[in-house]
Design a protein around this ligand. Structure first.
Ligand code: ADP
Ligand code: MG
Length: 250
């Protein structure tokens, strides 16, 4: 579903991603861990083309992100075509970014109706199904400010799912939450994984990585230091840098 080949990303002369290569199979969950500043968020933003890349190639579901290949020639896509590619990728951030002036239901209905031309009734029905799935059908008419952070984050997940993404990216979705609210959000993510969604999850929740992740990637300084089965990497890290990081967070 995702194939990143030798991704390079620079900001000025600061190389933030140096030759990153990873593959995520359809239906798999890849968890991404690493110290602050190691390039995790940048990598997620490159995958859904919120950032351009300076080297390498990114494939999502067989499509080269940002480009079109014809024979052996490669053309850059127009912003409009890039936007179309990005519709298939859902993203959930640390901050919930719901529209504050819209109800929960309106937040979820907005993109499918405006961007995809889905009829309002159909979009509402689907939104209610999604709200039910994240345990918040009873909050459909509430405004975001009346919800807890954990509830807002579950709405943000439902909102991303309303676009029927092929791939979901999560950037520290529970880091801004009070500890007692983290579990409900992780539970929703776990169910999503069990339903077969392909996911890349940047997280500090090692329990989630161990239980739900199919692979764990440890990044530091813009490179993949170590990756593999989460249980293996967490219990028996091979590299000194991985050991040092895990000794701080476990
Ligand atoms: P992480 O998510 O692992 O904490 P980031 O991907 O946010 O790391 O950042 C990696 C590095 O890239 C950091 O050194 C950060 O300062 C730098 N960086 C991130 N975004 C920008 C930007 N828009 N402009 C310049 N530097 C950036
Ligand atoms: Mg980050």
């Amino acid at each position: 579903m995702v194939s990143a080949e030798h991704i390079v990303k620079r900001y000025g002369n600061h190389t933030v991603l140096q030759d990153i290569s990873v593959d995520v199979q359809r239906g798999e969950v890849m968890c991404l861990i690493g110290p602050s500043g190691s390039g995790k968020s940048t990598f997620l933003r490159c995958i859904n083309h919120l950032e351009s890349i300076d080297g390498g190639r990114l494939w999502v579901d067989g499509e080269l992100m940002g480009y079109r290949q014809r024979g052996d020639k490669i053309y850059e896509l127009s912003p409009r075509d890039v936007a179309l590619q990005r519709q298939d990728i859902g993203m959930v951030f640390q901050r919930f970014n719901l529209f504050p002036h819209m109800t929960v239901l309106e937040n979820i209905v907005e993109a499918p109706t405006r961007v995809k031309g889905v009829k309002r009734d159909a979009a509402r029905t689907r939104a209610m199904e999604l709200l039910d799935r994240v345990g918040l059908a009873h909050k459909a008419r509430a405004y975001p400010s009346h919800l807890s952070g954990g509830q807002q984050q579950r709405v943000a997940i439902a909102r991303a799912l309303a676009m029927d993404p092929k791939l979901m990216l999560f950037d520290e979705p529970t880091s801004a939450l009070d500890p007692e609210l983290v579990g409900d959000v992780l539970e929703v993510m776990k169910q999503l994984a069990e339903s077969g969604m392909t996911m890349i999850v940047v997280t500090h929740e090692m329990g989630f990585a161990r239980e739900v992740g199919d692979t764990l990637v440890f990044m530091d300084g813009g490179v993949v230091v170590e990756s593999g089965d989460p249980r293996e990497v967490l219990s028996n890290p091979q590299r000194e840098r991985t050991k040092a990081f895990l000794s701080k967070v476990l």
